[in-house]
Design a protein around this ligand. Structure first.
Ligand code: ATP
Length: 378
């Protein structure tokens, strides 16, 4: 139908971006389809709707020059090909009409620039001016423009690069990785909501540690989740060492991934030890201790969820409970615990939660994180 509408209106029209990428990767069926027309995307959307018997509703976003057509669980976004230019203090570009190539040029990664023609004259042809197909084959995340420009223009792309590398198990081109490191401070102009969206997507992959290790390597992690970075390192006093709780945490998150797709359980795994950095002490007689880290951790979850604009409701309480149950439930009965709200949470927690945490702590490397780290240096 889109092809017919495009031909009727004599508009060069393409499917572009994630749908084409995932089609070629044979990666599930994409429910979001992005259609770009060299001309008016809104006009095309309206025509498509008219050609369909049930004339589905078209939602027009005039300010953005886009239109959305929903059909069942399919969401098709129509946009006119555009050219973008950025100013330093915003990720919202100034937009003007452009050619297909201008539109491909404005996209984040070469694998997301692939355009599949919908017009009768060359239906199914792929237009690939940036060698996206080659990068798709060699599993590389590369930017169409100079990466310093791409990331500085819209710093959200730094997180998108890391997210795609994690989801697709691709490698970020070294030049791009260096540019992310150089531009990391630009992340400050990105809203918390968008950052959290990307973190959630990383957490929901098969091996979230890939993403967190990249965030760590590029220096983005301390800007986003300093509580996690604070867990890194092993201290030694009088020959006694403790484990590296940062690398340990990443391993826990990977361990739990095959057992659950529950986002909140995965957050709990990520945060289960965050109370350890501020509670760490060395005692001459007993060595390293992290007394009360569970409670500290539960309180930190609240602050962190607030900062990241994650919901401060039942979901947060669930994560707090998991953090509280994460290590030694015995401490929970400690009489010294005075924070009654936190205490109540603990006693409300069911056995199932304890089981899950035991499960994800199982088979973890302890004092030697090198085995795990090595994997991330490849
Ligand atoms: P997924 O649906 O898995 O997130 P996607 O590639 O469809 O993947 P969207 O966020 O829906 O991701 O974006 C659709 C397309 O729009 C991308 O493939 C890319 O071409 C372009 N795009 C999205 N966000 C940006 C951005 N910040 N900078 C440049 N291009 C972008």
């Amino acid at each position: 139908t889109i092809s017919k509408a495009a031909d009727d209106l004599e508009l060069d029209t393409y499917v572009i971006g994630g749908f084409v990428r995932d089609l070629l990767l044979d990666r599930g069926n994409h429910k979001d389809i992005d259609v770009v027309a060299v001309g008016s995307g809104i006009l095309l959307a309206k025509k498509v709707s008219k050609l369909l018997l049930h004339t589905p509703k078209v939602q027009v976003f005039k300010n953005y020059g886009t239109a959305m057509l929903r059909d069942g669980d399919l969401e098709i976004e129509f946009v006119g090909a555009r050219k973008e230019s950025y100013s330093y203090d915003s990720r919202n570009p100034v937009v003007e009409d452009g050619t297909l190539e201008d539109d491909q040029n404005r996209r984040d990664f070469t694998i997301n620039t692939l355009a599949l023609s919908l017009n009768g004259k060359d239906f199914g042809n792929i237009l690939d001016p940036f060698n996206g197909l080659k990068d798709l084959n060699s599993q590389i995340i590369r930017t169409p423009l100079d990466p310093d420009i791409t990331y500085s223009d819209d710093p959200l792309r730094m997180l998108r690069a890391i997210r795609f590398a994690t989801q697709l198990n691709f490698t970020i081109e070294p030049k791009s990785l260096k540019a992310i490191t150089r531009n990391k401070d630009r992340i400050q102009i990105i809203s918390r909501e968008r950052i959290t969206d990307e973190l959630n997507k990383i957490l929901l992959t098969e091996k979230p540690s890939v993403g967190f290790a990249l965030l760590h390597k590029t220096g983005l992690l301390p800007l986003i989740l300093p509580q996690l970075t604070a867990l890194e390192g092993i201290e030694e006093v009088e020959g006694q060492r403790h484990k590296d709780n940062f690398w340990h945490t990443l391993e826990v998150v990977d361990n739990i991934a095959p057992h659950t797709d529950d986002l909140w359980l995965r957050w709990a795994a990520l945060l289960h030890d965050i109370g350890k950095a501020p509670t760490k002490k060395f005692h001459k007689k007993i060595g390293w201790t992290f007394h009360g880290h569970e409670f500290m951790g539960a309180k930190m979850v609240y602050q962190l969820f607030k900062n990241l604009r994650l919901p401060l409701n039942e979901k947060m309480k669930y994560v707090q409970k998991l953090v509280l149950m994460s290590s030694r439930p015995i401490v929970i009965a400690d009489e010294k615990v005075t924070d009654s709200a936190v205490r109540r949470l603990v006693f409300d927690a069911g056995d199932d939660i304890e089981d899950l945490m035991t499960l994800c702590e199982a088979d973890i490397t302890t004092k030697n994180p090198n085995r795990f780290k090595k994997y991330h240096n490849n």
